[in-house]
Design a binder for this molecule. Structure first.
Ligand SMILES: *Cc1c(COP(=O)(O)O)cnc(C)c1O
Length: 392
């Protein structure tokens, strides 16, 4: 038995030699501003739980009630017998929220990108993608026979070149992350939309890290830039700031109807359990009724980023609550992460191949749940660890 897996084990051993082998780190408590890891209570700076909604009483209550009333699972894919009224309700509410005609929910943000891109592009089309787009966009593109052009990160000359070089395609689709997850920078959406309009191309934005963070009540980058009605396809996740699980595409009725017939994860994978959908519905109410959570998130972000910069850390080009602490050297990045844990902070190092070689970083995300006292403790830990390792 073991022998058959030897070729995989060899690769894993190589990773261990290169110091890139990773263990999963189990939390022994619920997700929050502080978590228990290996029996130690530490400040959490590595989650995507921007607004703390994983632990919001309204979401938990909605989930409990949904389980009591509708059970633990749905027993079918959406197209056969697995659509509950609440699934449709959530989609109507998401469309309203995003100011679009319609929306469709998938099992995750990852499968949303796969489902959308693979369904709507054929060999007559060209997809034009930012080089730093998320893995789920890259994999979605891999599933299509469309022509592919990759433009330099957020580089509008490079994008225009790709648009000029792809005339004659039936559809050209420009696709970008709204917020880039490793640097926390925002896509130059007004320029992207202007270029797409000039060259008659469609635009698709993946707002996984912008949903619940940017725009009025967290509507995302399209709303943030005042571009409502000018971006053809908006993808969002229900797994990050929304605090639960899932992904969705917000667009036209035509796209929704088409994806119900052709979106493969939608067609061939079972729908969300009632608890998930009910909690997502409650989360949208929280976004609309508790805007102070988003204000707190941005206040915390300002406080923490300013503190890191005052200590002399390089926080790159972040414009959002994702604040990288760029270290550079891969081994040193992991050492900083280890030291931070020693001083009571959980902040994971991210190195090649997730980010380019020599740009290893601690990727921090503050949340609305952190108290300023916790963030000050985290800054103190960064100071001690950074000095101990000669980074500052
Ligand atoms: C996290 C992320 C996803 C995946 O979302 P899930 O709901 O976790 O599957 C997709 N796109 C981007 C840009 C992301 O950051």
């Amino acid at each position: 038995m073991k022998e058959a897996f030897r070729y995989l084990q060899e690769e894993l051993d190589q990773m261990k030699d290169n110091n890139t082998f990773r263990q999963l780190i189990p939390l022994e408590s619920k997700q929050g501003s502080k978590v228990d890891i290996h029996g130690k209570n530490v400040i959490q700076l590595s989650s995507n739980n921007y607004l703390g909604l994983t632990d919001h009483p309204k979401l938990k209550q909605a989930a409990i009630e949904a389980v009591e009333k509708y059970g633990a699972g749905t027993g079918s894919v959406r197209t056969i017998a697995g659509t509950l009224s609440m699934h449709n309700q959530l989609e109507e509410k998401l469309a309203d929220f995003k100011h679009t005609e319609a929306s469709l929910v998938f099992q995750s943000g990852f499968t949303t990108n796969q489902g959308v891109l693979s369904a709507i592009l054929s060999d007559q089309d060209v997809v034009i993608s930012d080089e730093l787009n998320h893995a789920s966009i890259i994999d979605g593109i891999r599933l299509t026979k469309a022509g592919r052009k990759i433009y330099k990160h957020a580089d509008m000359d490079s994008l225009e070149e790709a648009l000029k070089a792809s005339t004659g395609a039936r559809t050209r689709l420009v696709v970008t992350d709204g917020v880039f997850s490793m640097d926390g920078d925002i896509a130059p959406l007004p320029e992207i939309v202007a270029l797409a309009e000039k060259y008659d191309a469609m635009v698709m934005v993946d707002d996984a890290h912008a949903s619940g963070v940017l725009g009025k009540n967290g509507r995302g980058t399209v709303n943030h830039f005042g571009l409502d009605g000018r971006v053809h396809i908006q993808v969002g996740t229900l797994s990050k700031a929304i605090g639960v699980l899932g992904g969705y595409v917000a667009s036209t009725n035509t796209l929704r109807d088409y994806l119900i017939h052709k979106g493969r994860p939608f067609l061939f994978s079972t729908s969300h359990p009632p608890a998930v959908t009910a909690a997502c519905l409650a989360a949208l109410d929280v976004l609309l009724n508790e805007p102070e959570l988003i204000e707190k998130l941005w206040d915390n972000r300002a406080f923490f980023k300013k503190g890191l910069e005052a200590l002399g850390f390089d926080t790159g080009k972040s414009e959002t609550p994702i604040t990288p602490v760029v270290v550079g050297d891969e081994a040193k990045t992991h050492q900083l992460s280890d030291k931070l844990y020693e001083y009571g902070v959980f902040a994971q190092g991210i190195v090649f191949p997730t980010v380019p070689k020599g740009t290893g970083r601690i990727r921090t995300i503050v949340t609305a749940q952190h108290t300023q006292e916790e963030l000050q403790q985290a800054l103190n830990a960064f100071e001690k660890a950074g000095k101990a390792l000669g980074i500052i």
